[in-house]
Design a binder for this molecule. Structure first.
Ligand code: F6R
Length: 241
């Protein structure tokens, strides 16, 4: 595990964006695994700036997102499909056909999970997987559990996650109770994993995940075993270690 200590959110975003841009430059048709939430917004903003300057070209890049809320249509502002378009894809020259995200409104959940795993296999290895971390140590929506789940699956969101994501919705009742998420095997199979964490609210999760035992009760802890894992965290997120 490599740790990059950033000063603050802006610096964390720039450092992580640097790693992603190097990946895109070195392999223009790379497969990027992408995350949503507050943590990567600064990274996407930085990558957009470099694209606008002419330093980055996403024409051949392919992407797979980690997760989507069950029941939310991609046109809904709180869906992760909408998030990805508005924060990133609409501002770069990526081919929308090369972007992938679980379909929140698929009529058959099991079939959707199978489809997504088949898609991941057909793309081959994810070259770089970007992750955030939930306050309970989740990555993707792999919530605390008694075992590490393998592939894409439907998950009941924990109370902690529903509370944490409440800020994106008008009221708590609107936060979906289920999501589709890539599994731990999908994530661990990525060639390289970069996890970003910012702010004091993440300090306990960072400590438990990367300075404690490996356990499915803290999903991110398994990243300690990944051969090419980089944690990019700011001082506040590292304040308890
Ligand atoms: C989002 C995702 C989640 C978030 C995590 C942290 O696609 O997979 O694991 O990365 O919940 O969210 P933020 O960054 O909003 O604190």
């Amino acid at each position: 595990m490599k740790i990059i200590r950033a000063k603050d959110y802006a610096n964390m975003s720039r450092q992580a964006a640097n790693i992603i841009s190097a990946q895109v430059i070195l392999k223009p048709d790379c497969v990027l695994g992408l995350a949503t939430g507050s943590s990567p917004i600064g990274i996407y903003e930085q990558l957009i700036k470099w694209y606008q300057k002419g330093d980055l070209d996403f024409r051949y890049v392919r992407t797979v997102n980690l997760d989507e809320y069950v029941g939310l249509d991609g046109g809904y502002a709180q869906s992760y499909a909408y998030y990805m378009r508005s924060h990133f894809f609409d501002h770069i020259n990526i081919d929308p056909a090369n972007t992938n995200i679980p379909c929140g409104t698929a009529p058959d959940g099991e079939a959707e999970c199978r489809r997504y795993d088949e898609l991941l296999h057909s793309l081959g290895t994810i070259d770089l997987q970007l992750l955030g971390i939930g306050p309970n140590g989740h990555i993707g929506f792999n919530e605390p559990d008694s075992c590490f789940t393998k592939g894409t699956h439907k998950v009941a969101l924990s109370e902690a996650t529903i509370r944490a994501n409440r800020r994106f919705f008008e009221q708590e009742e609107d936060v979906p109770r289920f999501a589709y998420t890539m599994g731990m095997c999908d994530i661990m199979n990525a060639e390289r994993v970069v996890l970003v964490a910012s702010g004091e609210a993440k300090a306990d999760a960072v400590k438990a995940a990367f300075f404690g035992p490996i356990t499915p009760l803290v999903s991110a802890s398994i990243l300690q075993l990944h051969p090419n894992f980089t944690l990019v965290a700011d001082e506040a997120a590292l304040s308890k270690v």
